[in-house]
Design a protein around this ligand. Structure first.
Ligand code: ADP
Ligand code: MG
Length: 258
C-alpha cells in the first residue's frame, strides 16, 4: 500500500491568543517540490501559520507533520530549522556591516558564530557554494559590497540566499514583495520559480500581480481557516473570496468556484 507523502501537513490545528482564535481547525497539505502561494486579508492568520510550523508558537491542538513522518509540534525552533525548514521574515535582517559574501558565509556556517566564521579560513568548496548561491539570487556582482549598501529588494534576495545556503527542504517566505518596486517584485517571482522543484516553497503574498506571475496553486486563508484553494483565476472569481477582500455583505447563496 502506498501512502501519499506530503512535505507539510497541518491537521486540525487551532491557536487562540487571549480568547482570539487566530487559527481555527486548519487543514493544509503541500506536496514535495511544490510552490504554494497563501493569500488572505490582514489578520487572517498567515504569519501565525508560519510561527506554528517553525515552532515559534505552539498550537493548542492539532498536528503539524513534516515529510509525513515528524510531528513538528514536539520540536524546538532550532530543531525544526535543522530538519530543513527555513523561514524568511517580512523585513530583511542581514548583517549590514558585513559584505554580501560574508553574510552568506555566516549563514552557511550556521551555529559556529559570527566571529569564528569570519576568522576561520573559507574552504574552496565553501567559496564555490557561496558564489553559486549569489548567482542564484542575482547578487554575484555585489559579493564585495557591504550588505547595508544594497537596495531593499537586494537585501531581500540576499536573505533568501542566506536561507538557500542552508539548503532547506522547505522554504517559508512571508510577503517577499512588500516594499519592492514592480521590477524587483518581478525578479523575486522569477527567483522563486527558479527554485521550484529543488525546494518546496510556501510563499505568503498580497500582491496579486505577483501571485499571477507565480501562477501556482493558491490557498486563501480567512479567520485562520482555508476559505478556498485553487488556481489564481478560481480564487479571484470566487464570491466568498471577493466578499472577504472587499468586505461585501455575506449572501446566503454563493457560487463556489474553488
Ligand atoms: P496575517 O499574517 O494573516 O496578517 P497574523 O497571523 O499576523 O495575520 O495574525 C492573526 C491574528 O492573530 C491577529 O489578530 C493577530 O493580532 C493575532 N496574533 C498573532 N500573533 C499573536 C501573538 N503572539 N499574540 C497575540 N495575538 C497574536
Ligand atoms: Mg503577516
Amino acid at each position: 500500500m502506498s501512502q501519499r507523502i506530503f512535505i507539510l501537513a497541518l491537521e486540525g490545528v487551532n491557536k487562540t491568543f487571549e480568547g482570539y482564535k487566530a487559527i481555527s481547525d486548519l487543514n493544509f497539505y503541500m506536496d514535495p517540490g511544490e510552490l504554494r502561494v497563501v493569500i488572505g486579508p490582514n489578520g487572517a492568520g498567515k504569519s501565525t501559520m508560519l510561527d506554528l510550523i517553525t515552532g515559534r508558537t505552539r498550537p493548542d491542538t492539532g498536528r503539524i507533520e513534516f515529510e509525513s513522518k515528524t510531528d513538528l509540534t514536539n520540536s524546538s525552533e532550532y530543531q525544526i530549522n535543522r530538519m530543513g525548514i527555513g523561514r524568511k521574515f517580512q523585513t530583511p535582517s542581514v548583517y549590514v556591516f558585513h559584505t554580501v559574501f560574508e553574510n552568506v558565509l555566516l549563514s552557511l556556517k550556521g551555529a559556529r558564530g559570527v566571529f569564528a566564521s569570519l576568522v576561520h579560513r573559507t574552504s574552496e568548496q565553501e567559496r564555490r557554494r557561496i558564489h553559486e548561491v549569489l548567482a542564484t539570487v542575482g547578487l554575484e556582482s555585489r559579493a564585495g559590497w557591504k550588505a547595508g549598501a544594497l537596495s531593499h529588494g537586494q537585501k531581500q534576495w540576499l536573505e533568501i540566499g542566506m536561507l538557500l545556503a542552508q539548503d532547506p527542504k522547505l522554504l517559508l517566505v512571508d510577503e517577499p514583495a512588500a516594499g519592492m518596486t514592480d521590477e524587483e517584485t518581478h525578479k523575486t517571482g522569477e527567483l522563486l520559480l527558479s527554485l521550484e522543484g529543488r525546494h518546496s516553497i510556501l510563499v505568503i503574498e498580497h500582491d496579486m500581480t505577483f501571485v499571477r506571475q507565480l501562477a501556482r496553486k493558491v490557498t486563501v486563508l480567512h479567520q485562520g481557516n482555508v476559505l478556498c484553494e485553487g488556481t489564481v483565476d478560481q480564487v479571484q472569481n470566487d464570491e466568498r473570496v471577493k466578499e472577504v477582500y472587499l468586505g461585501r455583505k455575506k449572501r446566503d447563496k454563493q457560487p463556489l468556484s474553488c
